[in-house]
Design a protein around this ligand. Structure first.
Ligand code: NAP
Length: 473
C-alpha cells in the first residue's frame, strides 16, 4: 500500500501469480476497507494544496513521470509480462502507450481554459472557470495494467485532483512500480494513494459511499461497473465507467478479404483476445468468406503460444483458470449448436504449457445468434465468424447488442464507410483501421459499455467542475 507518501502493510498479504507458469511471483499488502478510508483521508488532506498549484507545476511533474516511465520501460514491461502474461514486445508497447498519457496531459494541463460570456445586462460580466472535482477514487482491471492506470491518473493529476487507486488483484506489481515512479517524479505526499487488495468489494463500497470522494472512475466489466454506479448514485458522485464490449467487425463484399483478415487477426488476438475492443462478432460477406477464413487460419497457425518472456511468443496465457473455462464453455456451446471449429478449440496443457492458462487460438465459422459467443463477451483467443448475405442488414445485426464500445468496418466504398460510421451505435469505429486509439483521442463506449470518455480533452473534463462567476460592475 502507498498511503500519504509512505509504503506499508499491516502484515496481511496475498500472492501474485505468473499466469504462464502458475508460480507465485511475490506477496503484496492486502488492504481492507479501513485502509481505503485512511487513503481517502490522506487524499482529502492533500487536495487543497495540490489543487492550488499552477498547471505549469503539475505539468512539470507529469513530464518528469513520463521521462521516468520511459527510462524504466524494460523493467516495467518485464514485470507486466510476469504478472499479466502478454508477450514482452506487447508489454513494451503498452508501457509506451501508458507513458503517452502522462505526456499528453502534462501538455493539456496548461490548456484548462475558462470563458468570458457577454451578459444582457450592461453592469454584469460572466466568467466561467474549470476547477478540480476533488478526491477521485479509481479502480482498474488487469488486462492493461499500466495504461489503464495512467489513463486515469494523468488527467486527474493534471486537473488538480488527488487520487486513491485500487488496481486489479491479478496485477498489483505494475501499479506499485508506477506509484514509485510518480513518487520519484515529485508528487507530494497524499496526492496519490494506492490500496492493493484481494477483496475488492468492501473497498468499492467505501469508494462509492465516502463523503470525501467526489468522483468514481472505473474500468472493468459491465456487471461490476453497474454495481458501483448503483452504489454511488444516492451519494450523487460523478462516475466514469469504461466497461465491456462486444465489437462487430464487418467485411463488406467490396473489401479485400485478405487484407481484412490480416487486420481482423491482429486485433482479435491482441493481448490473447483480452482487450475490450477485440472483435467478438466478425461479419464477413458470403462472397468473401473462403479467402477470409483461409487467411485467418493461416495467420493463426503461425502464432506461437507460450510464455510471454520467450522470444517469438505471439499468444500468451489467459489471466486465470476461470478465463480458460469460459473459452471451453463458449467453444463447446457453439460447436454443439452447429458452429464449425476451423482450428484450435482446446486448452493447451502439455510440455511448455503445463501449469499455465493456455488456450489454442481458435477460429469458429458459421456462428449464429443462438450461440452464447454471439452475445457474451469472450475475452479470449476465439474468433467468431458470421457469414452474411445482405449488405443492408448487417448494420442492424452489428447494432443488435447491449454493448457499444468498438466496431470495425472494411470497405473501399466511401458511402458505405460514412454510412457505417454514422449508423453504428459504438463509441469507437475503425474504418479500415484496427487501432483507432491514442492518448489524444477520446476512448469510451455507449449503452452498456459505459459512461464518459478517457484520453483527449474529453478525458480531462471528467475531472473538472464548471464554475460560473457573475460579477456586477
Ligand atoms: P472486473 O472483474 O470488473 O474487475 C475490474 C476491477 O474491479 C478490478 O480491480 C476488480 O478487483 C474490481 N472489482 C471487482 N468487483 C468489485 C466490487 N464489487 N467492488 C469494487 N471493485 C471491484 O473486470 P476485469 O475482469 O478485471 O476486466 C475485464 C473487463 O474489463 C472486460 O469486461 C473488459 O471489456 C473491461 N475493460 C474495459 C475497458 C474500457 O476501456 N472500456 C478497458 C479494459 C477492460 P479484483 O481484481 O480484485 O477482482
Amino acid at each position: 500500500m502507498f498511503i500519504d507518501g509512505k509504503w506499508g502493510s499491516d502484515g496481511k498479504s496475498f500472492d501474485v501469480t505468473n499466469p504462464a507458469t502458475g508460480e507465485t511471483i511475490e506477496a503484496v499488502a492486502d488492504a481492507s476497507a479501513d485502509h481505503a478510508v485512511q487513503a481517502i483521508a490522506a487524499a482529502e488532506r492533500a487536495f487543497p494544496d495540490w489543487s492550488r498549484t499552477t498547471a505549469y507545476h503539475r505539468a512539470a511533474i507529469l513530464q518528469k513521470a513520463h521521462q521516468l516511465m520511459l527510462e524504466n520501460k524494460q523493467q516495467l514491461a518485464e514485470l507486466m509480462t510476469l504478472e499479466q502474461g502478454k508477450p514482452l514486445r506487447a508489454a513494451l508497447n503498452e508501457v509506451q502507450y501508458g507513458a503517452d498519457f502522462l505526456q499528453w496531459y502534462a501538455e493539456e494541463a496548461k490548456r484548462i481554459y475558462g470563458t468570458s460570456i457577454p451578459s444582457a445586462r450592461a453592469d454584469q460580466r460572466f466568467m466561467v472557470q474549470h476547477q478540480a472535482v476533488g478526491v477521485v477514487a479509481a479502480i482498474t482491471p488487469w488486462n492493461y495494467p499500466v495504461s489503464m492506470i495512467t489513463r486515469k491518473l494523468a488527467p486527474a493529476l493534471a486537473a488538480g485532483c488527488t487520487v486513491v487507486l485500487k488496481p486489479a488483484e491479478d496485477t498489483p506489481l505494475c501499479a506499485m512500480k508506477i506509484f514509485s515512479l510518480l513518487q520519484e517524479a515529485g508528487i507530494p505526499d497524499g496526492v496519490i494513494n494506492l490500496v492493493t487488495s484481494s477483496n475488492p468489494e468492501p473497498i468499492g463500497d467505501v469508494f462509492c459511499t465516502h463523503a470525501a470522494v467526489r468522483k468514481i472512475t472505473f474500468t472493468g466489466s459491465t456487471a461490476v461497473g453497474r454495481h458501483l454506479a448503483t452504489l454511488a448514485a444516492p451519494h450523487l458522485k460523478r462516475v466514469s465507467m469504461e466497461l465491456g464490449g462486444h465489437a462487430p467487425f464487418i467485411v463488406y463484399p467490396d473489401a479485400d478479404p485478405v487484407h481484412a483478415a490480416k487486420g481482423a487477426t491482429l486485433v482479435k488476438f491482441l493481448n490473447t483476445g483480452q482487450a475490450c475492443i477485440c472483435p467478438n462478432r466478425i461479419y464477413v460477406h458470403r462472397d468473401s468468406i473462403d479467402p477470409f477464413v483461409s487467411t485467418m487460419v493461416e495467420r493463426v497457425g503461425r502464432m506461437q503460444v507460450g510464455n510471454g518472456m520467450d522470444a517469438g511468443t505471439a499468444i500468451g496465457p489467459l489471466i486465470n483458470s476461470k478465463a480458460l473455462e469460459k473459452m471451453e464453455r463458449q467453444v463447446s456451446d457453439a460447436s454443439a449448436k452447429g458452429a464449425d471449429v476451423v482450428c484450435g478449440g482446446r486448452s493447451l496443457s502439455d510440455g511448455d504449457h503445463a501449469g499455465g492458462c493456455f488456450f489454442a487460438p481458435t477460429v469458429l465459422n458459421s456462428i449464429t445468434p443462438a450461440m452464447d459467443i454471439y452475445r457474451e463477451e469472450t475475452f479470449g483467443p476465439v474468433a467468431a465468424i458470421i457469414p452474411f448475405d445482405d449488405k443492408d442488414d448487417v448494420l442492424a445485426m452489428a447494432n443488435d447488442t447491449s454493448y457499444g464500445l468498438a466496431a470495425y468496418v472494411y470497405t473501399r466504398d466511401l458511402t458505405t464507410a460514412m454510412q457505417s460510421f454514422e449508423r453504428l451505435q459504438f463509441g469507437i469505429i475503425g474504418i479500415n483501421d484496427i487501432n483507432p486509439t491514442s492518448a489524444a483521442a477520446p476512448f469510451g463506449g455507449m449503452k452498456d459499455s459505459g459512461l464518459g470518455r478517457e484520453g483527449a480533452r474529453e478525458g480531462l473534463q471528467e475531472y473538472l467542475e464548471t464554475k460560473l462567476g457573475g460579477f456586477s460592475v
